[in-house]
Design a protein around this ligand. Structure first.
Ligand code: UDP
Length: 327
């Protein structure tokens, strides 16, 4: 049974990836500093507490587990914070990833799956966002992820680090069995905030901007179910194991939904009112981010099964009501 080192395995996407890896026959070893991750979310393999900036600790973990590959999820990922404190993003994402990549290369662990983001594309009016779209990030979050992508190319050229880069669109939903789910502190993401407004954990959802150039004035995003997303990662690992070349894949469905449409879906799924307020635009938000690529479907054989908004919100709702979720 092969071992995979999963950085950020105690976080939202990483914990779902560990579940998918275990189901596919791998042993996922979580490496996480628990700053934004949750010890309780590590359920599917061993846990190694550590920071990505700690090279000695990384070397120790590579030596003791001898992973066949790395899935690198650990990152800072809040646009607002990135606008206010770019240094944290360059240090916490770029410098930390450099340390991880150097440790992986030193250990001879040369299959690397990286979670990047559609935020690396920035704002492109009326342009289909595919993997060849120029990357012009609007904020330090997107810029830091683009820099790590560049780093991977350089380490492949010099050291043979094979990599699959996934540029995520908007990840939502939760494990259909509610073993793990989405929980950030602070929470900034639309679907959990919507459900918090439904349950009264928060007084209302604030819509960040109603004057965008979209049919209902609110931003449009391409939402992808976290379980579908992590399935793509397992396929990406298989791609590398089959000796196929390094590749970039968008992970989105190609369908965009506005904030107001998501509110309507939440109302329908929960059967309850969603208290809503309107507010100004949030700095760093793009008007419309929708994937225009089916490369992952065509080349990896990825089939998103649960990525319609109703299903995503229903799975997130089950998680919210599961008793594991707290705020
Ligand atoms: N959004 C919103 N109110 C909130 C949180 C998010 O209106 O309290 C909007 C946000 O402006 C964006 C969409 O919902 O258009 C998705 O935001 P999220 O933070 O979930 O993901 P992002 O697009 O920033 O990765």
């Amino acid at each position: 049974m092969e071992t995979i080192l999963v950085t950020g395995g105690a976080g939202y996407i990483g914990s779902h990836a560990c579940k998918a890896l275990k189901a596919a026959g791998y042993t996922p070893v979580t490496y996480d500093n628990l700053l934004t991750g949750w010890r309780d979310a590590v359920k599917f393999g061993p846990f190694e507490e550590g920071d990505l900036a700690d090279r000695a600790r990384l070397d120790e973990v590579f030596a003791s587990h001898r992973p066949a590959g790395v899935m690198h999820f650990a990152a800072l990922s809040q646009v607002g914070e990135a606008m206010a404190e770019p240094g944290r993003y360059w240090r916490g994402n770029v410098c930390a990833s450099l340390t991880l990549i150097e440790a992986a290369v030193a250990a001879g662990c040369l299959d690397f799956v990286f979670s990047s983001t559609c935020a690396t594309y920035g704002e492109h009016d009326n342009v289909v966002l595919d993997e060849s779209t120029p990357q012009l990030p609007l904020n330090a979050y997107g810029a830091s992820k683009r820099a790590i992508e560049d780093m991977l190319h350089d380490f492949e050229a010099a050291h043979g680090l094979r990599h699959v880069i996934f540029r995520y669109f908007n990840v939502a939903g939760a494990d259909p069995e509610a073993e793990v789910g989405e929980f950030h502190r602070p929470e900034t993401h639309l679907v959990p905030l919507l459900l918090d407004a439904v349950t009264g954990r928060r007084p209302a959802l604030t819509i960040h901007g109603t004057d965008y150039d979209t049919p209902d004035g609110t931003c449009i995003r391409d939402y992808v179910h976290v379980s579908d997303l992590v399935d793509a990662h397992v396929l990406g690992l298989g791609w590398l194991e089959q000796g196929k070349g390094s590749r970039v894949f968008n992970l989105g469905t190609g369908s965009g939904f506005s904030v107001r449409e998501m509110i309507d879906h939440a109302r329908e799924v929960t059967g309850r009112a969603v208290p809503v307020m309107t507010g100004p635009r949030r700095g760093g938000d793009c008007t419309r981010l929708v994937s225009g690529s089916q490369r992952a479907e065509h080349e990896l054989g990825w089939v998103p099964r649960r990525s319609d908004p109703g299903q995503m919100i229903a799975d997130a709702w089950r998680w919210h009501q599961s008793g594991h979720y707290e705020s």
